[in-house]
Ligand binder design. Structure first.
Ligand code: PA5
Length: 446
């Protein structure tokens, strides 16, 4: 299970103040567990791991088996925000670093679209599609989000032209609302197999619904292990205690923000496979807490690479940040440093050592240096980057996010600010119904 270590905060924080924040976090825990707080109609994610329907997993397996039988080797997963980042983060974390380059392929490659409006991106995706046997998962809870809708229009037309309408209907799967939205209407009309995003699960909390599970399964990864890890976390985190890792994390990050003036939290990893865990985490905390003029700005670095780019700022720049370090206890592969007769690089003192030992020393050395530089350190540890531990980590961050946002005094489950750019974009694109806004926005520009 995930452990949270606060030793790296001890020089910044008085124990009695920490106790006060634990009390606040425990009150927030009660609000989350009573299911009576703000946004309580979006708490379906809490019990997803223990209540996952076997029939849904069987349907997912059946689709993957059908696509395998058809020789599908490219699955285009279309979605944005919460309808993209969970699957992307799990696939990146659990896949071989060089899966794309390796000759042996056990499962289709899953690539993503609908998370940008780049014309070049879509054109080049179609170049790839032309060389492959293609299927598509289109994901939009609302069924009306512009970016995925635009991408889906292109991919749908491509699949229909290449395979014909009837075959397209089995190569396209939609994940959307049970009843409403354009994607639901289209799926019914075209006869697509559909999965439902439950009404009570918001996008950024949806990784353990088909939104995340179908693309993850399509990539041939261990969905059951992921759910097992999340289930274990669900059990552990439901226990009210000062030692509950979610309470500990929520208490300390709120304390550092409110009492020590830290307005930026940097999620740090030392394993490239975790890069997209940070992207998923940024959406989870950014959309859940950044509202009403409040919130900690979530940022991330990938070390040791970013020690050679962002390291200087973190060590000596404006003192606005604290760090939360993802500490992975053990590597699952082994590379030992050898002896070199000439020793020109003077690294023979490392001969016989595992690379991961050096990685851990880099991590520890950095944490100590950053503490000396005025950057408090929270460590979130787990055993290894596998499906079980990743499931536990994702659930831990979701649960802690609920506790933390209630501690901060905001509704974790809405995102009213996301609409602002859409209104301007539609006005600029002259969407019917936006005539007044188009006129107003043009006057601002000229
Ligand atoms: O967390 C959220 O709710 C958002 O990030 C959504 O996931 C994102 O805007 C995509 O929305 P939809 O799935 O409705 O297309």
């Amino acid at each position: 299970m995930v452990k949270v270590d606060l030793k790296g905060c001890s020089t910044f924080v008085k124990p009695e103040l920490y106790k006060e924040y634990v009390k606040k976090a425990l009150d927030a825990f009660d609000v989350l567990e009573s299911e009576k707080g703000a946004g309580n109609d979006f708490l379906g994610w809490k019990h997803l791991p223990s209540e996952v329907p076997a029939s849904m997993l069987a349907d997912i397996d059946a689709i993957c088996a059908d696509w395998k039988a058809r020789g599908v080797n490219l699955v285009i997963a279309i979605g944005i925000g919460g309808s993209y980042l969970g699957a992307k983060c799990v696939i990146e974390a659990l896949s071989h670093n060089f899966a794309k380059q390796l000759a042996k392929k056990d499962a289709p490659e899953v690539v993503f679209a609908g998370n940008n409006l780049s014309e070049e991106y879509l054109a080049e995706l179609m170049d790839l599609a032309a060389e492959r046997n293609v299927a598509c998962i289109v994901i939009s809870k609302s069924g009306t989000t512009t970016e995925p809708a635009v991408a889906f229009r292109v991919v749908k037309q491509y699949i229909e032209e290449r395979y014909g309408k009837a075959d397209a209907a089995v190569r396209i799967v939609a994940i959307t609302d049970a009843k409403k939205g354009a994607l639901k209407t289209l799926s019914t009309q075209e006869g697509y197999k559909t999965f439902v995003v439950p009404d009570n699960v918001g996008g950024r909390f949806s990784v353990l619904t088909p939104v995340g599970l179908l693309p993850i399964a399509a990539a041939g990864l261990d969905v059951k292990g992921l759910l097992e890890g999340a289930k274990e976390a669900e059990k552990v985190l439901a226990v009210k205690s000062e030692e509950n890792p979610a309470v500990v994390y929520a208490a300390m990050r709120n304390l550092l923000h409110t009492e020590c003036g830290k307005s930026v939290e940097i999620l740090v990893n030392y394993n490239p496979k975790l890069t997209f865990v940070a992207e998923w985490w940024k959406q989870l905390y950014g959309e859940s807490e950044g509202k009403d003029g409040k919130g900690i700005f979530p940022a991330s670095v990938n070390n040791t690479a970013d020690l050679h780019s962002m390291g200087q700022f973190i060590q000596e720049g404006t003192r606005v940040m604290f760090e939360t370090v993802l500490h992975v206890e053990k590597a699952q592969r082994s590379v030992v440093i050898g002896t070199d007769e000439q020793n020109l690089d003077q690294l023979n003192f490392l001969a016989g050592k595992h690379i991961e030992h050096c990685n851990h020393m880099a991590e520890l050395g950095t944490r100590l240096a950053h503490i000396d530089g005025g950057v408090p350190q929270i460590a979130v540890s787990f055993e290894k980057v596998d499906a079980f531990n990743l499931g536990a980590l994702l659930y831990f961050f979701e649960f802690a996010c609920g506790v933390s946002a209630y501690t901060l005094g905001v509704n974790p489950f809405n995102q009213p600010g996301v609409e602002a750019y859409k209104k301007n974009m539609f006005a600029l694109l002259e969407k019917p119904g936006y005539e007044e806004q188009t006129k107003a926005i043009r006057e601002r520009l000229y």
